[in-house]
Design a protein around this ligand. Structure first.
Ligand code: 13P
Length: 250
């Protein structure tokens, strides 16, 4: 009932020309894999080039951030309707944006509502620090992030968004959470929280990704878990072996 979804978060990597060349290299291979949604989330300036490169394929396009206002004096930001001609997805509240650029739960919630109002699928990121993990605070913290991000979003829109659980200590470190731990946290802190906020049916429709050092060799273990519906992939989405990663996900 939940279509698996593998999204590449390119972060601040690849020029427009490099992005287009990479898509040309992996497009046919990714297109041949059915039963899974795939997208690349590119830096804003490269989005039109990526959209042009994926044209005619099943590959979706996402942004890595967005502002919630319609327009105005917000230097350096992109409005939802600037993304919609090119994008189906937008990553919101990535831990790097929270840590380096001051993103708050309240801002993520406003952005999620704006994205949904414009027909963009938000990929809302949550996840704990190493200190919180070691202090046994993971479930409470992640559950709180989920509640804050979804505040005021009606049940009918939950199937139109994605939540990515990315433990901060697993991002770019090669130290991934075990599939069992990720499934347990995703099941309790994310899906059970959504069930408590709405109802079991609504929670069952929500797609939840794991993110943090996902590679071609470990994706299958995550996908075998009941509560994990896909992955948000950083470093491994920059390589042609991303095709293998997606293949191993189904
Ligand atoms: P890595 O896959 O490089 O650990 O990055 C994960 C991530 O932050 C995706 O958003």
């Amino acid at each position: 009932m939940r279509t698996p979804f593998i999204a590449g978060n390119w972060k601040m990597n690849k020029t427009a020309a490099e992005s287009a060349a990479f898509v040309a290299e992996v497009k046919a291979g990714l297109d041949a894999i059915t039963g899974v949604d795939v997208a690349f989330c590119a830096p804003a300036i490269n989005i039109p080039a990526v959209a042009e490169a994926v044209a005619g394929s099943k590959i979706g396009v996402g942004a890595q951030n967005m502002y919630f206002a319609e327009s105005g004096a917000f230097t350096g930001e992109c409005a939802p309707n600037m993304l919609t001609p090119y994008c189906q997805y937008v990553i919101l509240g990535h831990s790097e944006r929270r840590a380096y650029f001051g993103e708050t739960d309240e801002g993520v919630n406003k952005k999620a509502k704006a994205a949904l109002a414009h027909g963009l699928t938000p990929i809302i990121c949550v996840g704990e620090t190493l200190e919180q993990n070691e202090a046994g605070e993971t479930n409470a913290f992640v559950s709180g992030q989920v509640k804050a991000a979804l505040d005021g979003i009606p049940a009918a829109q939950i199937a139109d968004l994605v939540i990515a659980y990315e433990p901060i200590w697993a991002i770019g470190t090669g130290k991934s959470a075990t599939a069992e731990d990720a499934d347990q946290i995703i099941g309790t802190a994310v899906r059970d929280t959504v069930a408590a906020l709405y109802d079991a049916d609504t929670a069952a429709k929500l797609r939840i990704q794991y993110g943090g050092s996902v590679k071609p060799h470990n994706i299958a273990a995550y996908m075998a878990m009941d509560n994990i519906d896909g992955a948000l992939v950083g470093g491994a989405s920059l390589q042609p072996s991303f095709i293998e990663l997606v293949q191993n996900a189904i």
